[in-house]
Design a protein around this ligand. Sequence first.
Ligand SMILES: Cc1cc2nc3c(=O)[nH]c(=O)nc-3n(C[C@H](O)[C@H](O)[C@H](O)COP(=O)(O)OP(=O)(O)OC[C@H]3O[C@@H](n4cnc5c(N)ncnc54)[C@H](O)[C@@H]3O)c2cc1C
Length: 500
Amino acid sequence: MTKKIAILGGGIAGLSAAWALEKARRSGQDVQFTLYEAAGRLGGVIGSETIDGCVIEGGPDSFLTEKPAAAQLCRELGIGDQLLGSNDAERKTYILVGKRLIPLPDGLMFMVPTKLLPTAFTPLFSWSTKLRMAREFLFPPAPATADESVADMTRRHFGQETVDRLVSPLLSGVYGGDASQLSVRAVLPRMVQMEHKHRSLSRAMLAARKAARVPHPGSSKSSTPAQASSGARVGSSLFTTLRGGMSQMVEAIAAQLPAGSVHLSTQVHAIGRNERSSRAGVAPSLPWTVETGFGQESFDALILALPAWGSASLLRLIDHPLAEALSGVPYSSSITVTLGYDRAQLAALPPGFGFLVPATEQRAMLACTFVHAKFAGRVPEDKGLLRCFLGGSGNDALLDETDARLTVMVLRELESILGVNARPQFVRIHRSRQAMAQYGVGHLERIRLVRDRIAALPGLALAGNAYQGIGVPDCIRTGQDAAESVLRSLQTESIPAPAR
Ligand SMILES: Cc1cc2nc3c(=O)[nH]c(=O)nc-3n(C[C@H](O)[C@H](O)[C@H](O)COP(=O)(O)OP(=O)(O)OC[C@H]3O[C@@H](n4cnc5c(N)ncnc54)[C@H](O)[C@@H]3O)c2cc1C
């Protein structure tokens, strides 16, 4: 009999699950799926539009090239020719200190200095921090025995100034994270391994550099903005995007899904679990139900591709401890303000991809990307595009500001930081409320508990950015894994029990 699967959430995780199920269906598996999306469009936080020839991203603008899932997916969908690498020759990121934009010194691998001269001469750090960095090489601290925050690990090795001027802005700039809350084991697992092996992170990085390929300080499991500015990757482009915008990926998946399989503007209010009836004469019911404003439907399996807080509220009556664990995953919100200019109006901009603003600077802006410099061909030659990030952990109040107030705030800061006082030709503002999962200290234990509880609920799978990485490729992988997991559980279920 045809197996019915529901996917809740049409962000990139839910869409990746849908595409994996569609491939299974085309290869002959007897499955049918329905995707429910609360909004009137697919993509979740991914949303691109083009104004005056400029590609504008409301959410992610690219993904890390070293994580293959996203590019592979694009090739599979026939849009491989749209993939575009970042313009790494221009890659330079600045940190705002006072009124000065100071470039990140060469050789910095996230928070670990690996080149003597650039570190010695950078005005980014005081002499006492530089001495501390040198001392770390010879007299590193003892490895931590338990999970700790990224800030704590950095402080133990390189001192508070490295937290304030480097690690905090790197983590908050684009992903709205708080270094004093984020788990080093979840966000930078490679650093933890390196510390255990070499004690000194500088020594570990140098040893790794000597080996053929420079590793990324996180693992393949987590995505942080660390790489964005660390220069942690050599060879091909650090970032990859799509020429017409990240939404191309969303549109390409949507175009492959069977007619009628996607229900937009359909929020799922409740899910339920039926005990299967084995009594003679009672028709066996499907184990899962989904309730929307349009009625109730039954399914063999469910994929919840929602923010963890959304899955938690649906699961509360089904598995309370699971719901509690999920609701404990914190989320941050963000705002992007994208401003379009004539390129001539931005002549004063320094070369590079943009700048990050440490919290100690006490500004509204967390980061600014010089979009026209990051990718070739997504902004016409005579135009310039600045994308500013605001919000982040603990700054949700900014989301309630009007567009006019946010624009004024950003224009004032751009003038004082970059000296840009020209009137932009257009401004686009995007708010992403509670969209970015934050992997706090203890995240890995929390996710282990979630996995154990899910294993006891056959036919249920989770996907999205709360589990194994918040980047687009990570979310794609969770969607694909969720599809595989429900298909496996349905297959096991349909194998008849051996005759006694
Ligand atoms: C501003 C911003 C910039 C980013 N930049 C990058 C970047 O450059 N590179 C990168 O790799 N990653 C980036 N990320 C992270 C990455 O984009 C996200 O982690 C990822 O897209 C999340 O996908 P998702 O499918 O898990 O969730 P979402 O995109 O949040 O999708 C969840 C969907 O579920 C729907 N939904 C919720 N509740 C219900 C319900 N009850 N019923 C039905 N539907 C429901 C929502 O409407 C939504 O469409 C960025 C994120 C943001 C917000």
